[in-house]
Design a protein around this ligand. Structure first.
Ligand code: ZN
Length: 360
């Protein structure tokens, strides 16, 4: 049997069997790979820089809004912008990641029922890319149909996974609803049987039975996690939900431990002990968005506050000092990037992925 440390991959975007090996290596090695939502080349490059610096692999992820922003807010068609922005970002990562010397997973984030056509359009672009290059454009796409009835959620995931698997693409599904800003569900109701806040292991078992014969997939399960950052005490994480789901599948299907590939959404501000516990239960991917938005904004904001005149005058009206070196966007955008890199240093350490890159 090969151990995780023996697997080596070519730097660049990782897909198909290599991605599956990376997921397994993380689960076997007891670490989690950060998945960072990006909105432009500044954030992509900051993620690549931080991954290289920390010798960690990383997941670069686009929400539909991030993809639209990537294409440009002035782009005439919003749906096309969501599609082309994601394709453009993916192409940038395909070109650059190999030269940064790290392994990168390319992912898309939440797509509810209304956004299934977005995922299908990206699959179509991916199929063309696959015919031309012999490899997928995106490693994996997320479908979040957790607001639909379970049967409908799973049937639609099965339909998309069949298509995705034909070109070595994985999918991430969501069972139970992650609370927070995106859908207005908090965690005041602390009832373990509430299927919206806490994914039911029986539902995960159903997903496993339907989807595992079709292709590779991962599961974002709700265990009290909430999108965004809230006052302490608001989030009651119950990672034992993950453990119970893993054990149910393991027992019913006589698999090795942690058969499911689990994803942690809404982890900003979580206690380290709960993160560590989740990692033991097969969480290979943790989404980080809110904390990195703040890190970028904080880096830029600090500079603007320290140099307010440079953002009002090209030349100081009293001292006649030219401010070109300060208002040059490269100066302050770089500080945003550095803010992200510093916060990612923490993430790679907390998730224990630092030094574990499979790239060689
Ligand atoms: Zn999420």
């Amino acid at each position: 049997m090969t151990t995780a440390s023996q697997i080596k991959l070519k730097p660049g975007v990782v897909t198909g069997k290599d991605y599956q090996a990376m997921v397994q290596a993380a689960k076997d090695g007891g670490y989690t790979i950060p998945a960072v939502n990006i909105v432009g080349t500044n954030s992509i490059n900051a993620v690549l820089e931080a991954a290289r610096k920390n010798k960690s692999d990383v997941i670069i992820q686009l929400s539909n809004g991030g993809a639209e922003f990537f294409a440009g807010k002035g782009f005439p068609d919003s749906f096309q912008a969501k599609v082309l922005g994601a394709v453009s970002a993916a192409q940038h990562v395909h070109l650059m990641a190999q030269h940064y010397g790290v392994c990168v997973v390319l992912h898309t984030d939440h797509a509810n029922k209304k956004l299934v056509p977005w995922v299908e359009a990206l699959l179509e672009h991916g199929e063309r890319f696959y015919r031309e290059n012999g490899r997928p454009l995106f490693t994996s796409h997320m479908l979040d149909l957790s607001e639909e009835p379970l049967e409908e959620n799973l049937a639609e995931c099965a339909r998309i996974l069949k298509r995705a698997a034909a070109t070595d693409v994985s999918i991430e599904i969501e069972l139970g609803i992650t609370g927070g800003e995106e859908d207005g569900i908090g965690s005041e109701d602390d009832d373990l049987d509430n299927p919206n806040l806490y994914t039911q292991p029986e539902d995960v078992l159903k997903a496993y039975e339907l989807l595992s014969p079709l292709g590779h997939f991962s599961v974002a399960a709700s265990f009290g996690n909430v999108h965004g950052v809230y006052a302490p005490g608001n989030v009651k994480l119950r990672p034992e939900i993950l453990k119970n789901s893993q054990e149910l599948v393991q027992v019913r299907h006589n698999t090795s431990p942690n058969p499911l590939n689990l994803v942690f959404h809404g982890g900003s501000g979580s206690e380290q002990a709960k993160i560590d516990e989740a990692m033991r239960y097969g969480v290979f991917k943790m989404n980080i968005d809110t904390d990195l938005q703040f890190a970028f904004a904080h880096g830029v904001g600090k500079f603007v506050m320290e140099n307010p005149k440079a953002f009002q005058y090209q030349i100081d009206p009293e001292t006649h000092t030219p401010y070109k070196k300060l208002y040059d966007p490269r100066k302050w955008l770089r500080l945003g990037e550095e803010g992200m890199v510093a916060r990612l240093d923490e993430a790679f350490t907390n998730l224990k992925s630092a030094g574990k890159s499979l790239a060689s």
